[in-house]
Design a protein around this ligand. Structure first.
Ligand code: GTP
Ligand code: MG
Length: 195
């Protein structure tokens, strides 16, 4: 597997036509999207991860080339970045809404920090409902699972599923990941056909 950075789009009209199926990393700011993208591509610094929330402000596109073809991973800017003003929120909304309408988008990896899964945020729920209404294929990932014991993590998943059901969202499967401890990475690579 070969991975490489392709391009970035700061504005909706800059979104490129790449002619390959895409998987998008979606989630709140700082939930671990860029870190997971690096783990999935086995590259330490392909996407820039950072302690500073709001690190990724653009849609960044990466290619994964395998013997049987190319898959694009798109690292989206996170939402819920508290220091961002109304203008930044509007920019995020316009860019992400345009991105999510792309016909090449095949699957959404929706990430939530495991510590924020009980209950999930209102923005998470609203965006998930939109994705489901648009018939997107969504894989739910609870990130940073190393922040809890295995037993506490299991409880958290159960509570998370309950919250989702209360919101009318059916969640058949949740993947726990830790980029720190390499948990769930191989499972996701397999599921997404990245291996
Ligand atoms: N303990 C732990 N920390 C993690 C994990 N994944 C990411 N982090 C940390 O969480 C912080 C945010 O990670 P990013 O990957 O930059 O998050 P992001 O979702 O891309 O953030 P934005 O680009 O701001 O939307 C960084 O300090 C990472 O090192 C994990 O599995 N475990
Ligand atoms: Mg990021």
């Amino acid at each position: 597997m070969q991975s490489s950075y392709i391009t970035s789009a700061q504005q909706a009209h800059q979104l490129p036509e790449l002619g390959a199926p895409e998987i998008a990393m979606v989630g709140r700011s700082n939930c671990g999207k860029s870190s997971l993208l690096n783990a999935l591509t086995q590259r330490r610094n392909l996407a820039r991860a950072s302690n500073t929330p709001g690190r990724t402000q653009m849609v960044n596109f990466f290619a994964i080339d395998k013997a049987d073809g190319r898959i694009i991973l798109a690292d989206l800017p996170g939402f819920g970045f508290s220091a961002s003003g109304r203008e930044a929120r509007r920019h995020w909304q316009t860019l992400v809404t345009a991105y999510l309408k792309r016909p090449t988008l095949k699957e959404v990896l929706f990430l939530i920090d495991i510590r924020r899964a009980d209950p999930p945020g209102e923005e998470d729920i609203a965006l998930l409902k939109n994705l489901v209404a648009g018939h997107a294929i969504v894989t739910l990932v609870l990130t940073k699972s190393d922040k809890m014991s295995a037993a506490a993590g299991k409880m958290q998943v159960a509570k998370f599923k309950e919250h989702m059901e209360e919101c009318g969202l059916v969640v058949p499967e949740v993947t726990l990941t830790s980029t720190l401890k390499q948990i769930g990475i191989a499972t996701l690579q397999e599921k997404l056909g990245l291996k």
